[in-house]
Design a protein around this ligand. Structure first.
Ligand code: SF4
Ligand code: SF4
Length: 150
């Protein structure tokens, strides 16, 4: 059982229902995370975000297509935040494609558990998954991708 006292500082408590800003496609990545990542700091932060959401599944999530609570500890943060970078456009497109498939507008606030349920009910074939995951280099390490893109 998860120890609710261990959620990270800054993420608030269930009572405060602090909103988390999350890139849309990261809601897929969160479900496939197995401990791999871009750096130790990235992995540690990813674990913190995931623990928080697991402890408080009704946490409000604001869906975005820009730097989020996960990107903040990523070594590629700068590249992904630079609007003129081709890479940043590709990553942003992954968020936009997912939100389009969910029929949800950017900026929508939704409970984490509802967002996961929606994603897993609407993206149920290999073609949908490929449309979202596009250029990701973690496909061979991602449980969500491996389980759904069959
Ligand atoms: S394959 Fe990549 S983009 Fe797709 S859910 Fe997994 S980590 Fe995220
Ligand atoms: S690669 Fe870009 S989108 Fe992915 S976590 Fe790092 S900064 Fe965020």
């Amino acid at each position: 059982m998860l120890d609710k006292s261990k959620h990270a500082p800054g993420y608030g408590s269930e009572k405060t229902h602090k909103q988390l800003k999350i890139r849309a496609h990261h809601l897929c990545c969160i479900q496939g995370f197995q401990g791999y990542g871009y750096s130790p700091a990235f992995v540690a932060n990813m674990r913190t975000v995931i623990s928080d959401i697991k402890a408080f599944p009704s946490r409000p999530i604001k869906l975005v297509s820009e730097c989020d609570a996960i990107c903040i500890s990523c070594p590629s943060n700068r590249e992904c935040s630079t609007l003129r970078s081709a890479y940043s456009h590709k990553i942003k497109n992954m968020d936009l494609v997912l939100m389009e498939k969910l029929n949800i507008e950017e900026g929508t606030v939704i409970k984490a558990e509802e967002a996961f349920r929606l994603i897993n009910s609407k993206l149920n074939n290999a073609s949908d998954i490929e449309d979202v995951c596009q250029i990701c280099k973690w496909k061979k390490k991602c449980l969500w991708y491996m389980q759904t893109a069959r």
